[in-house]
Design a protein around this ligand. Structure first.
Ligand code: ADP
Ligand code: MG
Length: 590
């Protein structure tokens, strides 16, 4: 599919080329042509990171550009043509930015309105006349109430990240906004999931809804098992050795960040007795081919490579891809792990994550789908047990082999008889094994790993999607958490219950398990990581790391009858759509 055959204007095609979009994503391919012409309400579902913003942004720009000469001025300015509601300030900014960057002229003019920011600038901007308003529900409602925003002549109304808005308790605000809109408005809903309650928002106003779904799988899902392992920087070599030793026939690529690292790690591994070599951009073409040839022939079991050197490599039947350090962006992650599990084989992708890298991990997790699970470094005992088993299997098969080849076995039997004249069979065999396999079964080959705990504090703040309205109080919440973990009351701290959601602090180690268990048990309540208010990076990442609506609005807004619950001033923000977004997503098998 190309942008050219979606029916876009030459100016837009140019803007897309400038922006660097080469081809439409699946949801863009589905949505753009439909939105370029008249049609029913649309509910579009596509995974996070699949370009839903441009899926509506591109046709919005095209449609509004085509019609603005015809639009009647009202009070000296044209009416707002499109209203986009998003759940958070971060998303409001991001969506505004994305749409602006796809324009091919000064119009459509955009205004971004969200809570927690001065309303004065927003009022000024709105009164100057805008074509598209992007905002969070509370602040949008606020502007409608003040008369600074009129949504009675909209061509489009977009609910972006609709599931997220519902999760955050915006349904009443959304309804109130919708009540003031013209009935002719075309409603578009974009969401990572389309649960019935999400569709119901549109269903309240129309029964004519076309559902668009991007059912394409990610590059990674089902291709490989994906694990992340927490490990200190200085323990990575130990962890890698254990992973390799735990396999009967490890055959994998270890991705590192730099050429120097590639050479250093390959050398350390060789020193430890592994068949390993580095592959990076400084190698001559000859050297590169020699290394790759050895790896393909399995004379190497570990290839230590940089992203660039490994680009385009297609090696079959890898057992592992190891990310020695986190790749810089989700895309390289996908390319790296895309190498395992080719041709119907199932490989394992393992990503080492140091405590400093947690945040980036969640970003990658979020953008690459939900199948990244937490794993652990194999225990020494387990590795040794496995090795013993394999050793004994190997000896047994050798016995069978020798029995068939009497000529070859004669010399060994002779030595054996000789040894047995003076020793018991057990002692003799044990000594023979020690002679041949001392290295393999030596426990001192391994050393202990440093326990990893995050931020020193070792706790995680969790957001739980139930609150007072669900008849939940602090005690009931503790009971829920205990059901999802085996924590004692003492380990569950700082419980805060609000109208529609709650917060609770648990030991870091338990947090992931609680989130997973909540998801596994049907996704209700929905549990995810929360981010503390005012942390420097609370809003750094896109997609709602911050609760935009915090502290917004004035209670006195006659005519709207909106209730202000404690969520307006609560102290913690639900964190992002994190890897923990997904109960419903998971059910849909994405
Ligand atoms: P979603 O809303 O589905 O989570 P976004 O709209 O935030 O996804 O887009 C995610 C990223 O993908 C953005 O950086 C966006 O610029 C980029 N993107 C969108 N469409 C394309 C495309 N066709 N080609 C390349 N990148 C794209
Ligand atoms: Mg989006």
């Amino acid at each position: 599919m190309t942008f050219e055959n979606l029916g876009l204007s030459p100016a837009m095609l140019q803007a897309l080329a400038r922006k660097g979009f080469e081809e439409p994503t699946p949801i863009q391919g589905l949505a753009i042509p439909r939105l370029l012409s008249e049609g029913p309400a649309i509910a579009a579902r596509a995974r996070t990171g699949t370009g839903k913003t441009a899926a509506f942004g591109i046709p919005l720009i095209e449609r509004i550009s085509a019609q603005w000469d015809d639009r009647k001025e009202q009070d000296g300015r044209p009416p707002v043509a499109a209203l986009v509601l998003v759940p958070t300030r971060e998303l409001a900014l991001q969506v505004t930015e994305e749409i602006s960057s796809l324009r091919y002229g000064p119009r459509p003019r955009l205004a971004c309105v969200y809570g927690g920011a001065s309303i004065g600038e927003q009022l000024r901007r709105l009164s100057a006349g805008v074509d598209i308003v992007v905002g969070t529900p509370g602040r949008v409602l606020d502007h409608i109430g003040r008369g600074s925003l009129d949504v009675a002549n909209l061509s489009f109304f977009i609910l972006d990240e609709a599931d997220e808005m519902l999760d955050m308790g915006f349904i009443d605000d959304i309804r109130a906004v919708m009540e003031t809109m013209n009935p002719t408005v075309r409603m578009l809903l974009f969401s990572a999931t389309l649960a019935p309650e999400v569709l119901e928002i549109l269903g309240e106003r129309t029964s004519n809804i076309e559902v668009l779904e991007d059912t394409s799988k990610t590059l990674t899902t089902e291709l490989a098992e994906q694990l992340w392992i927490e490990v200190h920087r200085n323990d990575k070599l130990e962890a890698l050795s254990r992973i390799v030793d735990n396999e009967e026939d490890f055959f994998g690529i270890v991705f590192v960040a730099t050429k120097v690292e590639a050479d250093k790690l390959a050398a350390s591994l060789s020193e430890r007795g592994y068949e390993a070599e580095g592959l990076h951009g400084d190698l001559s073409q000859d050297a590169r081919e020699r290394v790759l040839g050895k790896f393909r022939d399995r004379r190497l079991s570990i290839l230590v490579a940089t992203d660039v050197a490994a680009r385009g490599l297609d090696i079959e039947k890898l057992t592992h891809v190891i990310n020695w350090s986190l790749p810089h962006d989700p895309e390289s992650y996908l390319h790296r792990v895309g190498r395992t599990g080719r041709a119907g084989n199932s490989g394992t992708a393992i990503t080492f994550v140091t405590p400093e890298e947690y945040r980036s991990l969640f970003r990658i997790k979020r953008l690459s789908g939900t199948s990244l699970k937490k794993g652990s470094v194999p225990e020494i005992e387990d590795i040794l047990d496995g090795k013993k088993e394999r050793l004994s299997a190997r000896i047994t098969s050798r016995i069978a082999g020798l029995a068939q080849d009497t000529e070859k076995s004669a010399i060994w039997l002779e030595v054996a008889k000789e040894i047995l004249t003076a020793n018991s069979p057990e002692e003799a065999l044990a000594a023979s094994l020690a002679e041949g396999f001392a290295e393999t079964l030596d426990p001192t080959r391994y050393r202990d790993l440093v326990e990893v705990s995050v931020d020193g504090a070792g706790t995680s703040r969790l957001f739980v999607s139930v609150g007072r309205r669900d008849k939940i109080d602090a005690r009931a919440l503790v009971a829920i958490i205990k059901k999802l973990s085996n924590l004692s009351d003492r380990a569950i701290e700082s419980v805060e219950v609000y109208d529609t959601f709650s917060f609770v602090t648990v030991p870091y180690k338990a947090a992931e398990a609680i989130i997973d268990k909540a998801r596994a048990s049907g996704g209700f309540p929905h549990v995810r990581k929360a981010a503390p208010k005012n942390t420097p990076d609370a809003g750094r990442r896109a997609h709602g790391n911050d609760r935009a609506e915090r502290g917004e609005g004035s209670p006195a807004r006659p005519g709207f009858g909106r209730k202000f619950g404690p969520r307006r001033s609560e102290g913690f923000a639900p964190k992002g759509r994190g890897g923990s977004k997904g109960p419903r997503q998971a059910r849909k098998g994405q």
